[in-house]
Design a protein around this ligand. Sequence first.
Ligand code: OOG
Ligand code: MG
Length: 244
Amino acid sequence: MSTVEERAELLDRATATGQAIPQLTSAEPMTLETAYAVQHAGIALREQRGERLAGVKLGFTSKAKAEQMGVSDVIIGSLTDRMGIEDGGTFDVGRGVHPRVEPEVAFRLGPDAEPVAVAPALEIIDSRYRDFRFSLADVVADNTSASAFVLGPWTRIGRLDALAVDLLFDGEVVATGSTADILGDPLRALPAARRMAAEYGHRLFDGAVLLAGAATAAVALKPRTHVEARVAGLGSVSVRTKEG
Ligand code: OOG
Ligand code: MG
């Protein structure tokens, strides 16, 4: 049996090299509890290298994502400052295994884990497992495939339950949905995050970012693309991809 730390190091190395690994559960069974322990051990490795926690993300909060990946339980992962890319910045697809992008909604949390602002967001996910296939425990151990995130302009929180969401590559719509696809209303990500953070040991600190989850299925990234998410009423956020 491999230890939690050994499993975290395998995933950490796959992230660093861009070389996919077999699912951890193909070697031995793994409970959800152990999977979250592996996730936290992986974040500890990042913190040892000077990364700082930036917040948390939820996964599989939309039917589109659950159907795409064949996994239906909501999961929670950690975001670090080094995963953040400024709006309009650049992401190197050559650095990843097989990165995909999702249009999302982000919240900034205040004290007491209350949401104080909302922004359109892009999440870049990149499973460290071969063929982007995994079980629930595998993806939890792999920090819910977190790779990078881009935040658009923060605005005051109003009604968020039915805003049109578009994902565009070079100005062409490649996926479309609604904020209603995120738990019925992305504001429901707040109680979900509080419950899961308490259960699995994540911190919802003052100033933390919460990614509520994708409104559409994820789309594979290619180099030299202008990637934009538009959320009606919230504005837009973009990133450019390059290779090498
Ligand atoms: C897991 C991450 C899912 C979301 O927004 O639903 C996620 C994956 O699909 O690899 O980030
Ligand atoms: Mg996501």
